[in-house]
Design a protein around this ligand. Structure first.
Ligand SMILES: [Zn+2]
Length: 387
């Protein structure tokens, strides 16, 4: 979306039109904007000179002239997205057309080892990527906890000892990162990634893994709220669980009742040999009756809470992602509770489904956030004005 400070015929705005597929040649641009052919030509030339786009001579001859097709330059650069979970991390290297070039999925990482160890690993892994330093345009890091949208600091995360107040960007690169570094909450990024794969106007993305949280897409854009707390349902109270203490100091929060970490704790209490939420999913896949019942209860508690969200926000889609979305008892219970507890009008068009982006939702979202940041019309105009 073009910000009000960007002139509609500026190079940055023109680049948006090209990316959206609304314009493919200088002539079409002139017509769309109602400007002269020479003005349209100047805008396109500025984008070519700064390496954003190129023109291809692949049109059919028309009256002796070949219309040249304007496309984004695939070699403009690449971005790296890192998705840190409680027990695993994923990393993806993307080009500016949002094509996944290389991926490391499911690398074991323990977030509880603290920022020094985990971010040291991230820095090292980025350095080992086969990517020319000058082609790297930006890095996005997703963390499994609340992030202050203004400063990029991690704020009071559950189960992330040593991370409170950590500015991930500064911790990794000091004060002088060579490229832009964005830090965001993992559920926000997963919501963005899901939206890139399966766009709808209004979406709630539930990330149910070790922790539990939501990413909110409102009118096609990520909604972070005033300080970045939007969608964080982890410490909302679940009725009937007033005696289960939570890491936040209160009791009966969704996180301590229905998260993957809570299920691990509860299964260990009854003697099951589980260490991570992955083990819980594996037990359910083996039709273990206790794990299945616990997942069903967790799905019901989550769905009942999300029914309030659905009534209030009226999304087009409620997407269930994260590790627990791989188990049918959890997904079916969320769906049933949402439809039972929501107003008929709020669920008239509602799709409740599992994630199409799957385990790549987080890295997809990180890449999308960075590409949109880099190709933001105002930023492009400033880059061109500053030579
Ligand atoms: Zn809590």
């Amino acid at each position: 979306m073009t910000s009000p400070r960007v002139a509609p015929d500026s190079p940055g705005a023109v680049l948006q039109l090209i990316r959206a597929g609304a314009v493919s040649s200088r002539a079409k641009l002139a017509k769309l904007l109602g400007v002269s052919a020479s003005t349209a030509g100047l805008r396109v030339q500025a984008l070519i000179d700064h390496g954003y786009v190129q023109e291809l001579d692949d049109g059919l001859p028309q009256g002796g002239r070949r219309p040249r097709r304007i496309v984004l330059r695939p070699d403009y650069g690449e971005v790296i997205a890192v998705d840190l979970g409680s027990h695993h991390a994923a990393m993806g290297q993307y080009d500016m057309n949002f094509r996944l070039i290389e991926e490391h999925e499911h690398t074991p990482v323990r977030i509880e080892e603290g920022p020094d160890a985990v971010l040291g690993w991230v820095t090292e892994t980025i350095e080992n990527q086969k990517i020319e330093p000058k082609r790297l345009r930006g890095i996005t890091i997703g963390v499994p906890g609340p992030v202050d949208a203004g400063t990029g600091r991690v704020v009071s995360p559950s189960r992330m000892p040593g991370w409170h107040g950590v500015n991930v960007r500064v911790q990794m690169f000091g004060r002088g990162a060579r490229v832009p570094v964005l830090v965001d909450n993992d559920a926000n990024l997963a919501g963005l990634g899901e939206h890139a794969v399966a766009p709808v106007e209004h979406m709630v993305y539930l990330k149910a893994g070790s922790g539990i949280g939501c990413g909110v897409i409102a009118s096609g854009r990520l909604h972070r709220g005033s300080v970045g707390a939007a969608g964080d349902i982890s410490h909302l109270p679940v009725p009937g669980h007033e005696h289960t203490p939570c890491s936040c100091g209160r009791s009966g929060c969704l996180d301590t009742v229905a998260s993957g970490a809570a299920l691990v704790r509860d299964l260990q209490t009854v003697g099951a040999r589980v260490r991570t939420p992955n083990d819980v999913v594996a037990l359910a896949a083996d039709a273990d009756p206790i794990a299945t019942r616990m997942l069903r209860d967790a799905g019901r508690a989550t769905g009942e809470l999300l029914a309030t969200v659905v009534n209030f926000f009226n999304p087009d889609a409620l997407v269930i992602g994260g590790l627990l979305s791989r188990t049918e008892p959890f997904v079916a219970s969320v769906r049933a509770a949402v439809f039972e507890r929501s107003l008929p009008m709020a669920t008239e068009n509602l799709q409740v489904r599992t994630s199409r982006a799957g385990h790549r939702a987080g890295i997809h979202g990180g890449a999308r956030l960075m590409v949109e940041h880099l190709l933001d019309p105002q930023r492009v105009n400033e880059t061109i004005e500053n030579g």
